[in-house]
Design a protein around this ligand. Structure first.
Ligand code: ADP
Length: 236
C-alpha cells in the first residue's frame, strides 16, 4: 500500500489572545490516502479553518507532525515549502477570489506566471483546464460577465492549472444556491474520479454527502470519521 498523501499526528495549534493562549486544535491525528474525497465538518469555531490552513502549509502548527506527499513539512525551509505547496496543492475558497480586470484565461493562468511557465504554454494549459470545468469558449470573458457558479468553476480551473494531486476547498459552495452547489460538487466528484484527492470544508450535510468520507471536528478535536453511507452517493 502506498503511503498516505496527508498524515498528521498529534497536531495542535494555539493562538495567542489577550486572555492567554487559546488551543484551536488539540491533538489531531488523520491520514488521507491518494484518491480520497473527504468532507471536513463541524460547527463554527470547531477548528476546521485552522486545520485547513495547516494542511495547506499556510500556517505552522504549535505541536505535532505533518507529512505531505512524503515530506515532513516542519523540516522544510521557506522556499522548499513554497515549492512543495505549489506542486502539490490547489486551493479553492468560498469567495472565488478572481481578479476582476483580468480575463478568465489570465486568472486561471496566474499560478503559471509565478511558476515561470512561458506565455503560449500558459495559454494552452489555462484553456485546457477551463474546458475541463465546462467553460470552453469563455477564455476571453471577464469575471463580472459570468454567474457565481461559473466563477467558482474558474477558481477550480485555476486550482487545477499546476496539475496538483490535491485540492483543498474551504466552504466552496458557501456563496451558491443549492442547485449551483450541486453542479460544483459534481465537478469535484468528476475530478476525484480522475484521481485527484479532495479535502473540502463544509457545514452543510447535503454537500458532505458528495464526499466518500466525513470527518467531524468539535472543539479542536476529531469526534467522528466515517465513510459516507453508500445511499448518499446516489447523488453522484
Ligand atoms: P471553524 O473554521 O471551524 O469555524 P476556526 O479554525 O476558524 O474554526 O477557529 C477555531 C477557534 O480558534 C475559534 O474559537 C476561533 O475563535 C479561534 N481562532 C481562530 N483564528 C484565531 C486567531 N487568529 N486568533 C485567535 N483565535 C483564533
Amino acid at each position: 500500500m502506498s503511503p498516505p498523501l496527508i498524515r498528521v499526528a498529534g497536531l495542535g495549534k494555539s493562538y495567542t489572545t489577550a486572555a492567554g493562549p487559546f488551543p484551536a486544535l488539540r491533538g489531531v491525528d488523520l491520514s488521507i490516502a491518494t484518491g480520497e474525497f473527504v468532507a471536513i465538518m463541524g460547527p463554527s469555531g470547531s477548528g476546521k479553518s485552522t486545520f485547513m490552513n495547516l494542511l495547506g502549509c499556510l500556517d505552522t502548527p504549535s505541536s505535532g507532525d505533518y507529512v505531505l506527499a512524503g515530506h515532513e513539512v516542519a523540516h522544510l525551509g521557506h522556499d522548499a515549502l513554497a515549492s512543495l505547496r505549489n506542486r502539490t496543492i490547489g486551493f479553492v475558497f468560498q469567495g472565488f477570489n478572481l481578479l476582476p480586470r483580468m480575463t478568465l484565461e489570465d486568472n486561471v493562468a496566474l499560478p503559471l506566471v509565478y511558476a515561470g511557465v512561458e506565455r503560449d504554454e500558459r495559454r494552452q494549459r489555462a484553456r485546457r483546464v477551463l474546458t475541463r470545468v465546462g467553460l470552453d469558449g469563455y477564455a476571453g470573458s471577464l469575471p463580472s460577465r459570468i454567474s457565481g457558479g461559473q466563477q467558482q468553476r474558474v477558481a477550480i480551473a485555476r486550482a487545477l492549472v499546476n496539475s496538483p494531486p490535491l485540492i483543498l476547498a474551504d466552504e466552496p459552495t458557501g456563496n451558491l444556491d443549492s442547485q449551483t452547489s450541486a453542479e460544483i460538487m459534481r465537478v469535484f466528484a468528476e475530478l476525484n474520479g480522475e484521481g485527484i484527492t479532495l479535502v473540502i470544508v463544509t457545514h452543510e450535510a447535503a454537500i458532505a454527502t458528495w464526499a466518500r468520507r466525513q470527518v467531524r471536528f468539535l472543539d479542536g478535536r476529531i469526534v467522528s470519521d466515517v465513510a459516507t453511507p453508500s445511499g448518499a452517493l446516489a447523488a453522484c
